[in-house]
Design a binder for this molecule. Sequence first.
Ligand code: HEC
Length: 182
Amino acid sequence: MKHFVASLAAAALAVGAGSAVAQNEMPFGSEHDVEYAELLWDAMESLNIAGEDRVTGLPYEGTQPHGMMLETFYTEATVDGHTGDLIVKNNYGPEGVTVDDVLSNPDNHLGAVTVMFRREEGYDSENQDWFWVRYAADGSIANNPDGVPMAGRVAAGMDTGCIACHQGAAGDLVFTSDHLAE
Ligand code: HEC
C-alpha cells in the first residue's frame, strides 16, 4: 500500500513536471505572462494611458480586428526594471459607433485595449522582442477562444494571432510605424 501511494505521488509529480514544461514551451498565456501583463497595466495606469484617470485623444476610424474606432498611444514604459517602447491601442465599438459617441462616453465604448511592449533583447528575437497583450476595458486579460490568456508571444509560430497578422507590417511589426519616436 505504501508503495502504491508513493508511486501515485511520483506519477502526480511527473504529470506536474510535464505540464510545467509544456507551459514553458507555450509562447503565451503562462502564469508568468499574466503576471507580467498585470505589471504592464500598472505601468500604463501610472502613465495615465489606462484605467480610471486615462487621457483620451481623438479616435479615428478603424478596421477589424481592432474595432470601429481606434486611439493609439506611442510612448515608453518601465516594467520590472526594463524600459521599452510601448504602443497602446484602444479599440472602440460596437459597429457603427461614431467619433461623437466615443468622445461623449469613452469608457462606455471601450471594447478592448491591445498593447505591444518591447521587452529585453532576446525575448523573441524573430519578432522584434514584442510582448503582446489584449486586455478587456477593465484591465483584465482577455482569453482566446481556447481559454488561454492573450499575453506574451501571441502567438509565435502559429498561423493566426497578433504576430501572424502583424508580420504583414514592415520591419518592426508595427503597422503605423511612422508614429514611433526613434
Ligand atoms: C488580422 C490582423 C491583426 C491581428 C490578428 C492583430 N492586429 Fe494589431 N493591428 C492590425 C492593423 C491593421 C493595425 C493598424 C490599425 C490602425 O490603422 O491603427 C494594428 C495595430 C495595432 C497596434 C498599434 C501599432 C501598430 O501596429 O500600428 C497595436 C498595439 C496592436 N495592433 C496590437 C495587437 C495585439 C496585442 C493583437 C493580438 C491580441 C493584435 N494587434 C492582433 C492588425 C492586426
